[in-house]
Design a protein around this ligand. Sequence first.
Ligand code: AMP
Ligand code: MG
Length: 410
Amino acid sequence: MSEMLPVDRALSIILEAAPVLPSEQVGLDDALGRFLQEEIRADHDFPAFDKSLMDGYAVIASDTGRGLGPLRVAQEIPAGMDPAKLRPVVPGAASRIMTGAPIPPGADAVLIVEETEMVEGDPQAVRPKSAVRPGASVARRGADVRAGEILLRAGEFIGPGEIGVLAACGRTRVATGGRPRIAIIATGDELVEPDRAPGPGQIRNSNGPVLRALALRAGAVARYLGIALDDEDGLRRMIEDGLRDDVLVLSGGVSMGTHDLVGNTLRSLGAEIRFERVAIKPGKPFTFGRRGSTLVFGCPGNPVSTYVIFQVFARAALRRMMGSRDPAPAPVRGVLTNPVRQHPGRAGYYQARATWTGRGYEIEALPSSGSADFVSCARGNSLAIIPADVASLPAGSSVEALLLDDFIDR
Ligand code: AMP
Ligand code: MG
């Protein structure tokens, strides 16, 4: 029997084996959820011209103040006005200006409209109700970002905020990492697809849809191949098909039973098996291998094991392939709200509910009947990590937790 690897060791073997996919130029609409593969610099100053941050009047600051006379309104300046059309603001004058509009020459501040009043019978005059300091409500050219400044780096995740930066810089095409193609196989004679009623001794295949969902969430392109029965020929044909993709993920058939054929079938097809057991609970009989540039994850069939193995290991590999700078899972620290016990020897990755309290995370380990309790995966939003050498942690202990992809949603 092969050696049982610590989680960190298994993870580094996987990340070393994961090839970074060639980058591809994609349109802005396809960039969300990918990893940037180039550096993005500001293509101009932001803002590109001195602009008003408020609706009000562009003034000379020293012209404003209680008791000073009304100002002549020289011009109305809406957002979008060509700065070439601006009239200078001279002493005793002001221009009505809108948020985002260019500041006219001569003016050095914007007095907000709430701090002004109209002059009876003179629509071309405005009276300041208070004084402003020079620079008030004005954003100077380049105040936010200078042309040429580095805004995004290669390897960064592209979320909605990054989309905004790309759009503002006119980057409608951008180099990003590729999306891995991932083939999914569920193995087991007992399985029927979810649209069928299980017969005696049968169960519905939940891992297939779960793996597909996890793969999509991670940014991969998923191809579900179906259920492979626990016989060599069928399994072999399906694995051969799956090995054509960047990643092959299987569930089931990796334990010690006489019907657990995944490891040997992979070997017979030329895959190099890098390990078959990891010191993790749930998920110990987890097989990882590689054939050519294709990574193979053989997850234990127990639903919680499959879920945890994907979240901890497969997702990291996908992120590396997609060009992430830090593909490894990054746990947060929180306070455990209930005691946890385990048999030492394997690191526990338990379904948990993390809650942000305003000062930190509270981590509640969820009750579970074990690795077959698929409902716990739906109740949790995180995995509480209990180190392998720890037998029990009392409530109130500091604990690490891996916030899952859909942490916010649940
Ligand atoms: P195995 O790893 O093949 O020994 O399976 C371990 C346990 O997980 C067994 O109780 C299986 O019935 C169950 N199981 C295997 N594959 C699936 C699946 N695709 N969906 C739900 N349960 C499964
Ligand atoms: Mg099985």
